[in-house]
Design a protein around this ligand. Structure first.
Ligand code: HEM
Length: 487
């Protein structure tokens, strides 16, 4: 390196810095001069280093990799990134806990986020799922209330078991996810040792315009590994960033993290006849009804260079679907279609789509211009309106021509899901499926948490839900709390 090539410290405008240790003062020790613009710029920029953390899923870790198609699915979807066996699509994945703040412990009892961004040749496809196939709720209108109960008490600023169990006990549809959350799967050891799910029902559309309903499953090739409750509590103090560092170091050591991807496919005409509403995200489709069909492999093999640029500014939205993929009338999914881009505009800024981590690997062509921090060419001299006579980009209906159309009709009403079965059958079946050891962990984890609830009324209401799922389930939790329960 020559003397000229040596890099020197500058301001944000490239002006060489005279000193990075001593501020400019009048005499010794002297007051500091406002004209020390090096100091002012440094302090002012520092004050603005934080952007709002995600309102949920604030603590997370991410990695780059690819998705490879292993089985022909062209009979079900025309999505270009899935159209050839062996095709690889670049991907970025962010894993997260849900309720804690950006500095909270990785080992917390919580679902884990499993958000995938596929940089396809038809634009970005985001599959923003969890490590659980179901969710606590089935209507987006309940989500902010639910999350308030997972966060901090408005007066004490501490976690509030009464609020948590009050809401849960008044929300019977949560029982399935609660049973998973308090099983050992509520404390996965690392992000590599857990499965991922799209959770919602989505639509796939093939080249003939025919549609099917679809659910995604990602099975970890590393095998499931969980902490016990005691281990998770210990890790929260001993190494709160354990899962974050595990992912980073695994990849840094030249190894891959991988999941096989399968789907369940339901013919559209079977939805109305199914044993429960197939769009209700508190339920799983039975594998005996709709077996797993393998489709591909997700591989993570490259760490981010910079956490803020790539992980913190990453913006995933269930809103982003590509031709060949559609939404379903799942009311949670419908609410999420609004919520995520809205969160991104607030959290990252109007032009967040242009940041390198969010930018698609295809051209962005439209008439949206300006806005805070527009840092590309902003469309240059090309027209910013349509219709125009200057060869601006036109809509591309050919990507959607002949697609299946959903037929909806009815009055505008606020209707609950029609429950063909109840909210207790699947959690009860899950409980009975568990080994004796798993049942004991589940019961002990629940007892350990519910013991902190002050209101007896809340506890008794929740115990009835466990009992309705399976009398033994309810009785064991009640016994652990020194109580009795009946239907
Ligand atoms: C993050 C809203 C349900 C998975 C978020 C964020 C919001 C949000 C606002 C923060 C986004 C950001 O700042 O970048 C909602 C609403 C829901 C809902 C309103 C219900 C109507 C779900 C469900 C799942 C899920 C059912 C999974 C099946 C995630 C994940 C993230 C996230 C994985 C983190 C994404 C990332 O890593 O950046 N959610 N959510 N959410 N949500 Fe949801």
């Amino acid at each position: 390196m020559t003397e000229q090539d040596k890099r020197f410290l500058t301001t944000d405008f490239g002006i060489p810095a005279p000193d990075n240790t001593n501020s400019l003062t009048v005499g010794y020790p002297g007051p500091t001069l406002l004209e020390d613009f090096h100091l002012v710029e440094k302090l002012a920029h520092f004050n603005r280093e934080r952007i709002p953390e995600r309102i949920v899923h604030a603590k997370g870790a991410g990695a780059h990799g690819y998705f490879e198609v292993t089985h022909d699915v062209s009979q079900y979807t025309k999505a270009a990134f899935l159209n050839t066996v062996g095709k690889q699509t670049p991907a970025f994945v962010r894993f997260s806990t849900v309720g804690g703040e950006k500095g909270s412990a990785d080992s917390a009892r919580d679902p884990r986020g499993f958000a995938i961004k596929f940089y396809t040749e038809e634009g970005n496809y985001d599959l923003v799922g969890n490590n659980t196939p179901v969710f606590f709720l089935r209507d987006a209108i309940k989500f902010p209330d639910f999350i308030h109960t997972q966060k901090r008490n408005p007066q004490t600023n501490a976690k509030d078991p009464d609020a948590f169990w009050d809401f849960i006990s008044l929300t019977p549809e949560a029982l399935h996810q609660v049973t998973i959350l308090f099983s050992s799967r509520g404390t996965p050891k690392t992000y590599r040792h857990m499965d991922g799910f799209g959770s919602h029902t989505f639509k796939w559309i093939n080249a003939e315009g025919k549609a099917v309903w679809v659910k995604y499953h990602f099975k970890t090739e590393a095998g499931i590994e969980n902490w016990t409750d005691a281990e998770a509590t210990h890790m929260a103090g001993a190494n709160p960033d354990f899962a974050t560092l595990d992912l980073f170091e695994h990849i840094e050591n030249g190894k891959e993290a991988a999941w096989t991807c399968s789907v369940q496919i339901m013919p559209v005409e079977e939805a109305a006849k199914y044993r429960f509403d197939p769009f209700d995200v508190t339920k799983v489709w039975l594998h005996s009804d709709y077996p797993l069909i393998p489709i591909g492999r997700l591989v993570l093999n490259r760490n981010p260079e910079n956490y803020f640029a790539e992980v913190e500014q990453a913006a995933f939205a269930p809103t982003n679907i590509v031709p060949g993929i559609g939404f379903s009338p799942d009311k949670m999914l419908q609410g999420r279609i609004f919520a995520y881009p809205d969160a991104h505009r607030y959290r990252v800024g109007t032009n967040y789509a242009h940041l390198p981590i969010n930018r698609p690997q295809v051209e962005i062509n439209n008439y949206r211009r300006d806005g805070a921090m527009r840092f590309d060419g902003n469309g240059g001299a090309t027209p910013n309106y349509q219709p125009n006579s200057f060869d601006g980009p036109n809509a591309a209906p050919e990507f959607y021509r002949g697609d299946h159309q959903d037929a909806f009709s009815g009055n505008a009403e606020r209707l609950a899901y029609e429950l063909k079965d109840d909210d207790f059958a699947q959690p009860g079946a899950l409980y009975r499926l568990m080994s004796e050891e798993e049942k004991t962990h589940l019961v002990n984890n629940l007892v350990g948490h519910m013991r902190n609830v002050k209101s007896k009324e809340i506890v008794e209401r929740q115990l009835k839900h466990f009992f309705r799922a399976d009398p033994e389930y309810g009785q064991r939790v009640a016994a652990g709390l020194g109580l009795e329960v009946t239907a």
